[in-house]
Write a protein that binds this ligand. Structure first.
Ligand SMILES: Nc1ncnc2c1ncn2[C@@H]1O[C@H](COP(=O)(O)OP(=O)(O)O)[C@@H](O)[C@H]1O
Ligand SMILES: [Mg+2]
Length: 497
């Protein structure tokens, strides 16, 4: 049987950059095909060529074994190709049903029923009457996939769908993808997580520097280091298992005592939380999304008021809000960089200046030359390959914004408390590893680290202790060496024995 879709020799240039270099790629009926590779490898470019957003400079396409040309997304959809972009394309002010109606000419009185039927058939739970703006990212994604399926897609392409999801949501999405496969659809998923490749993919294609380095192979035939080597182009050694012990009898860099605080919605988001972080210690924070992790980070950084309890940084009560925290040696990688850390219209340099404990001055003005020097030094020391100082930070891609914020927070040698929320979210394998090394370097330099992550493997690999949050409370805190996924999972769901 011919593949549903096959491209041969697909090539795409952006000026000097050869984003796709003679790429062959095929999608069969009834398979999940994972497309993996580091940031910039050319994955999104290939998908956009297939979906008709861009045209290849060279190469041919076949649909069901017959030569085809896709010159626009409308043609792609007509040919049964559906794409779920990383930045979802739904209209927030409309309901799920209204969004689907935009893509699908169905009589309104029938639409609701059709959505419910499709939702059951494909195992994608969504409420047609819900306003999209009120949905979680996972629910929005399901709505978007449903929209794509209801418009008749036989091939569903998802570009990094899980990098924004909590683990439970990601698991549900992978389950839905298995359902699509069982219905005979062809599914393409881009992901950085090998665990997901193994869980769901029948075949995997690895791109590196625009070229195919592994072409539609069975992932079971390769171990993780082999796949990583294919993606990164070199061996990525495991994190050092041997680490200096956490110094005992030191006074904590962060002490949270009996803290209660409200969330943005006015509900109690932190309930009587007590936690310490010692110098030279990484305390991991696990929990289902929205269990109080964000608020815990914010109270520790002085940006969210508490209604009870105390916060001490470096042995002194935290006063003076965010400035006080910065002065006491705190640095942060925040959960939602676009809203929490990125100032519209400000450049990379300006953001770097904001993170300096003391703004370099020349007379009454900021000494930008000094800022630029400091930035260069940080970039060199950190080695995350930050881009362009004069560019507006908000205009960069998510991965590049994250690199700037990580460089700012992880590069400072004077940091005593580092609060890192999801530092490796959406980063590729090599950048994730570098970020983890930097967290360990801060620990080795005597900083205390509060690390929030949704990746239990990451928490177990990096933390000395893991605190689990459930419904605003600390459900438990366990030494990482003794933690297992099952037990952590139980604590995360509030069902500890
Ligand atoms: N519209 C564009 N203009 C210029 N360069 C681009 C454009 N889209 C992608 N690129 C470049 O092409 C390369 C591949 O990018 P992309 O396909 O987005 O990678 P991936 O999705 O694997 O991270 C990168 O070097 C990227 O900077
Ligand atoms: Mg991409």
């Amino acid at each position: 049987m011919p593949a549903l879709l096959a491209v041969h020799g697909y090539t795409c240039r952006f000026g000097e950059v050869l984003a796709n270099d003679a790429v062959d790629f095929a999608v069969r009926a009834g398979e999940v095909h994972a497309l993996v590779g580091e940031n910039g490898a050319g994955k999104s470019t290939l998908l956009k060529l297939i979906y008709g957003v861009n045209r290849p400079d060279d190469g041919t396409m076949e649909l069901d074994g017959r030569p085809a040309v896709i010159a626009s997304p409308a043609q792609a959809r007509a040919a049964g190709i559906g794409m779920v972009f990383q930045d979802l394309r739904l209209v927030s002010a409309l309901t799920v049903a209204e969004n689907i109606a935009l893509a699908l000419p169905v009589r309104p009185d029938r639409l609701h029923k059709r959505i419910v039927e499709a939702s059951e058939r494909y195992g994608l739970a969504v409420d047609p009457a819900a306003r999209v703006g009120h949905l979680s990212i996972g629910e929005r994604q399901r709505a978007e996939i449903l929209k794509v399926l209801m418009t008749g897609a036989r091939i569903v392409i998802l570009d990094e769908p899980t990098s924004v999801l909590a683990p439970q949501e990601a698991a549900a999405l992978l389950e839905a993808m298995r359902g699509l496969r069982a219905q005979g659809l062809g599914v393409v998923i881009v992901t950085h997580k090998l665990r997901e490749v193994r869980e769901v993919a029948d075949r995997v294609t690895v791109l590196r520097g625009g070229k195919v380095v592994l072409a539609g192979v069975d992932p079971a035939g390769y171990d993780d280091p082999e796949l990583v080597r294919a993606m990164v182009g070199r061996t990525v050694p495991p994190l050092p298992a041997e680490r200096p012990a956490v110094p005992e009898n030191t006074s904590p860099v962060l002490r949270v005592t009996g803290v209660t605080a409200h969330g943005d919605d006015g509900r109690v988001a932190l309930k009587d939380v007590a936690l310490t972080v010692l110098p030279g210690e990484i305390v991991g924070v696990a929990g289902v999304a929205g269990s109080g992790q964000r608020e815990l980070c914010e109270v520790a950084l002085g940006v969210r008021p508490t209604t009870a309890g105390q916060i001490e940084l470096g042995g002194r009560p935290l006063t003076g809000g965010a400035r006080g925290a910065l002065a006491a040696g705190a640095a942060a990688v925040t959960e939602d960089p676009l809203t929490d850390a990125v100032v519209p219209g400000m450049s990379v340099f300006q953001h770097m200046a904001l993170g300096l404990p003391r703004m370099p001055r020349r007379g009454l003005d900021v000494d930008w030359r000094k800022v630029s020097e400091a930035t260069e030094n940080l970039d060199k020391a950190v080695g995350l390959g930050m881009v362009g100082g004069h560019r507006i930070l908000a205009s960069l891609s998510g991965g590049n914004i994250q690199r700037v914020l990580l460089t700012r927070a992880l590069g400072r040698a004077d940091v005593r408390l580092l609060v890192a929320a999801y530092p490796s979210r959406g980063l590729d394998v090599a950048t994730t590893r570098r970020t983890q090394e930097l967290l360990l370097a801060r620990r080795a330099a005597g900083a205390g680290v509060l690390l929030v992550s949704e990746d239990l493997d990451e928490l177990m690999a990096l933390s000395d202790r893991i605190a689990v949050m459930y419904d605003g409370r600390l459900a438990g805190i366990v030494p990482a060496a003794e933690a297992d996924r099952q037990e952590l999972g139980r604590l995360m769901l509030g069902s500890a024995a």
